[in-house]
Ligand binder design. Structure first.
Ligand SMILES: O=C(O)COP(=O)(O)O
Ligand SMILES: [Mg+2]
Length: 232
């Protein structure tokens, strides 16, 4: 297997929804069941892809905004708890890692990189999904929004996910949307965005250090960035 020496000791954090795993089919089912109770029409899956990334509550708010419907606070609580329950009841019916994810993680791990998850998905659901897809053991840490001082785009989320390590080490966040790019930039880390994920805005407008279309290209891209950032 290929090894990339520049990645030894690097901390590479991954976003979950829309980056490691294509979760939209299960998210859309739970979202549509939750909003149907308030008379809202179903949101098509492609629209949901542009609405994920800022957490479960934001997803509900965006669905109401999209329908031009008023969301009272008690309705928001009820829709959110229904969504969390429905989604958690069958979290990985159709959700699968994107093509090439496991192979890319193998190369990064073999290169000595330390891997973590940095997600705005509620922590318990993130852990449940990772278990269901047998991905947990590949990561040092799964850091959801409840595990950090503040969630993405706050850089403290990425720094919590990256954990302790040498001060000058290479840190990157591999994500798919604006909160990922901003968290990486705020932390002084490299931002690498997947073009096949979920983003409200075109990923090319988010100021990322690199964009990639397929996970096969990711390890070499990270290695090149890490080599460039190495202190002389
Ligand atoms: O659940 C969300 O809204 C976002 O999750 P992500 O940070 O893994 O993309
Ligand atoms: Mg995401």
């Amino acid at each position: 297997m290929t090894h990339f020496e520049a990645l030894r000791g690097a901390s590479i954090a991954f976003d979950l929804d829309g980056t490691l795993v294509d979760t939209a089919p299960d998210l859309v089912r739970a979202l549509n069941e939750s909003i149907a109770r308030f008379g809202l029409d179903p949101v098509p899956v492609d629209d949901v892809r542009a609405m994920v990334g800022r957490g479960a509550r934001a997803l509900i708010v965006r669905a109401f905004d999209r329908a031009g419907a008023v969301l009272e606070p008690d309705m928001a609580e009820s829709a959110l708890s229904h969504f969390l329950m429905t989604y958690g009841a069958d979290i990985a019916a159709h959700s699968r890692p994107f093509a090439g994810v496991e192979a890319a993680l193998d190369v990064l791990a073999a290169s000595g990189a330390r891997l973590s998850v940095c997600t705005n998905k509620p922590s318990a659901l993130a852990r449940q999904l990772m278990e269901a897809l047998d991905l947990t053991g590949r990561f040092e840490r799964i850091t959801g929004p409840e595990d950090a001082p503040a969630k993405k785009p706050d850089p403290s989320h990425l720094l919590t996910a990256a954990g302790e390590g040498d001060a000058g080490r290479f840190i990157a966040l591999v994500g798919d949307s604006e909160p990922d790019a901003l968290a990486a930039q705020g932390a002084g880390a490299a931002s690498v965005l997947f073009s096949g994920g979920y983003s409200e805005k075109p990923v090319s407008t988010l100021g990322a250090d690199r964009l990639f279309d397929h996970f096969d290209d990711l390890p070499a891209m990270l290695a090149e960035l890490a080599a460039g950032r190495r202190p002389a």
